[in-house]
Design a protein around this ligand. Structure first.
Ligand SMILES: Cc1cc2nc3c(=O)[nH]c(=O)nc-3n(C[C@H](O)[C@H](O)[C@H](O)COP(=O)(O)O)c2cc1C
Length: 223
């Protein structure tokens, strides 16, 4: 998957290769080759239909071993994960789901509950020893909550990419009642749920048409 040779094409970079006085950006070597970029981005989908093939517990552990290296503010790592796999745990989750997500969750080999620990800052002396950042959060609950939610949402996105990197497919879902999931899975009252992510091996025979994506010019400016 690692590219040894330049693989950005002129159409990707805007560079012209013949007769240009400008140094060509096409000489930049991306760290991943085109097949890897397809796997992570271009061909990857928000999967709704999975094969019945189970996901091994070792694979879920491997998944976290990638996610843990991704960046968070203050290295705070506020996300907490519940890998819902057993039929009993799935049934516990079902009453919290929107009706359109119910069957998707029941059919997925695993549904990850991504939550954040509202007391995430208790771990900062260990995770961010540069200085004691706890008072910033202890004294400002709204800032603590927005920081935790912000970073746990990033971690959920990293989890989706890590799953793809391991050959899994992911189906993120926000159609659920968060308070109900919190009540059913986090009895201590200190966790807030951010997102659910179905995981498994995708059923390639059931792929839907792809939604349009916005162009660079629609959403970005280089200043
Ligand atoms: C935060 C978030 C919430 C979503 N919620 C749901 C959901 O509740 N149910 C569902 O079927 N899909 C849900 N999706 C999937 C989106 O519809 C999907 O990512 C989007 O249409 C792009 O599809 P594609 O990745 O297959 O191109 C959600 C995706 C995200 C990122």
């Amino acid at each position: 998957m690692f590219s040894q040779t330049p693989s950005l094409e002129p159409s990707d970079t805007g560079a012209t290769s013949v007769g240009s006085a400008e140094p060509s950006v096409a000489t930049v070597t991306p760290a991943l080759d085109s097949a890897a970029l397809d796997l992570l981005f271009r061909e990857a989908r928000s999967t709704q239909t999975f094969l019945a093939t189970p996901v091994a517990s070792e694979t879920l552990r491997e998944l976290y071993q990638l996610v843990k290296w991704t960046p968070t503010g203050f290295n705070s790592q506020p996300a907490r994960f519940r890998f819902v796999q057993s039929p009993e745990a799935k049934e516990r989750l079902v009453p919290a789901l929107s009706s359109s997500n119910r069957d998707k969750v029941l059919a997925a080999p695993v549904t990850v509950i991504v939550a954040h620990d509202t007391r995430f800052y208790d771990r900062l002396p260990q995770l961010f020893p540069a200085y004691d950042a706890r008072p910033l959060f202890e004294n400002t609950p709204a800032f603590a909550e927005s920081t935790a939610r912000h970073n746990a949402t990033l971690q959920a996105a990293f989890l989706i990419l890590a799953a793809r990197a391991l050959g899994l497919e992911a189906g993120p879902m926000s159609g659920f009642k968060p308070e109900e999931v919190e009540r059913r899975f986090f009895a201590d009252g200190r966790h807030r749920v951010t997102l659910l992510v179905n995981l498994g091996y995708g059923d390639q025979s059931r792929v839907r048409s792809r939604g349009v994506r916005l162009d660079f010019e629609d959403v970005a400016q280089i200043l």
